[in-house]
Write a new protein. Structure first.
Length: 409
């Protein structure tokens, strides 16, 4: 993974500026990794949740408006001699402005996100991820003598991942909602109301307890059926709001179900499964059932809260995604794939590149050799092994050698 160009940039930077990270201590762990390599590390916080998560450094507090932010950041980069900016979540308003300010100043920006392949990886790229990713167009990884091939991660999530993520989120939003604000002008990229977040996680846990056995039996029964698989995105996720033609998950549901009703084979089912972090969103389930009823395909649409992703993909006639890690699982299992958003894997030879209406009867499996080559490049050049929600004391065991195998095209 040292062949990742963005990780190499971080590893060889002398003065790094960290902006907002994921909820929890991950950016503290990143700061410790950078400090251990001899770098000077600074961090900007915007609100009380950021401040709670930042314990490894004494942070700089930004107290101005969003309009003030680019000028503040430009002066900060110049005064501290910053030679690399790192941030998590490229679509957050302060980060959109930061990426532009860094570009104008000629300072490299490392963007982190949840892993394209999960669990156990983070996405780490230069300048942008997902629809803004340019890594695979700029670099090629070539293995040298004795180089290990990239390893696809296990499909099993690390023990306690959901509980740790929920714990970090609750602490972060408790601080954001209850502690005195650090910046009276700050507007969060998600709702900062505490009660809806707590209610969401409670419903998520309850629905898992209620549905996981029932849905496991439903998945087993699907082995005797012909079906397409449509895994939903997380409501409010940037993959919907910033990297797709939709504003909401419900809009994607309406489009896919309408096309399925008009053009799919009459004996085929459509299996629609909730996103693991969206079990608590009742509106999405209601939208699936109401749209299916209105279109007259209620008996052909199967809604699941749970369900083993690999099993659902393996037997599907085809997979429809907006921009999901499930798309990569579909490629690896050589299932026909339709991508509706700006996914990094939406490429000729891998996906159905025509309109959705033609997918139901004209879907073709991707080319195996092309899939293998693509996944090798993607994992090596954009993915870094780590658990984003591990405890504070967990070290980042990232490689430190330079990247002789990464060749700029």
């Amino acid at each position: 993974m040292a062949d990742n160009p963005a990780l190499a940039r971080l590893a060889h930077s002398s003065r790094v500026l960290l902006l907002q990270g994921p909820v929890g201590p991950f950016f503290d762990r990143l700061a410790q990794w950078l400090l251990g390599r001899g770098a000077q590390v600074h961090r900007v916080v915007f609100q009380a949740g950021d401040r709670l998560d930042c314990q490894a450094l004494e942070p700089l507090v930004f107290r101005g408006t969003l309009e003030d932010w680019p000028g503040f950041l430009g002066r900060l980069m110049a005064s501290h001699g910053i030679d690399c900016v790192a941030l998590f979540g490229q679509s957050r308003p302060h980060h959109v402005a930061a990426l532009e300010a860094a570009r104008r100043a000629g300072v490299p920006a490392v963007v982190l996100e949840e892993g394209y392949v999960r669990p156990g990886f983070a996405t780490v790229e230069l300048e942008g991820v997902n629809g803004h990713s340019t890594t695979l167009d700029r670099y090629r990884w070539c293995s040298g003598p004795g180089e290990d091939e990239p390893v696809w991660p296990s499909s099993d999530a690390p023990a306690g991942l959901a509980a740790r993520m929920a714990w970090h989120a609750v602490r972060h939003y408790l601080a954001l909602g209850l502690l005195p604000p650090l910046n009276p002008h700050y507007v969060h990229h998600r709702s900062d109301r505490l009660r809806p977040h707590v209610a969401h996680w409670v419903r998520t846990g309850w629905r898992w307890l209620r549905h996981h056995r029932e849905d496991a039996r439903a998945v087993a029964g699907l082995a005797r059926e012909r079906y397409f698989f449509f895994p939903l995105q997380n409501e409010g996720d940037a993959q919907i709001t910033a990297h797709s033609p939709f504003s909401t998950v419900q809009q994607s549901v309406a489009k896919v179900l309408a096309s399925f009703a008009r053009h799919a084979p009459a004996d085929a089912l459509l299996v629609v499964r909730q996103h693991p972090w969206s079990r608590g969103h009742r509106e999405t389930e209601r939208a699936v059932l109401l749209v299916a009823e209105r279109l007259g395909v209620a008996r052909r649409v199967v809604h699941l809260h749970e369900g083993d992703t690999a099993a659902l993909v393996r037997q599907a006639l085809g997979v429809v995604v907006v921009n999901s890690t499930v798309g990569l699982i579909a490629l690896r299992q050589h299932r026909p794939l339709m991508v509706l958003g700006d996914a990094v894997y939406r490429r000729p030879g891998l996906c159905h590149m025509d309109e959705l209406d033609s997918f139901w009867r004209g879907a073709r499996a991707p080319e195996p050799a092309l899939v293998q080559q693509f996944l090798r490049q993607l994992i090596t050049l954009t993915q870094v092994p780590c658990d984003l929600y591990a405890p504070r004391h967990a070290p980042l065991n990232w490689g430190t050698r330079r990247q002789p195998g990464a060749v700029v095209l």
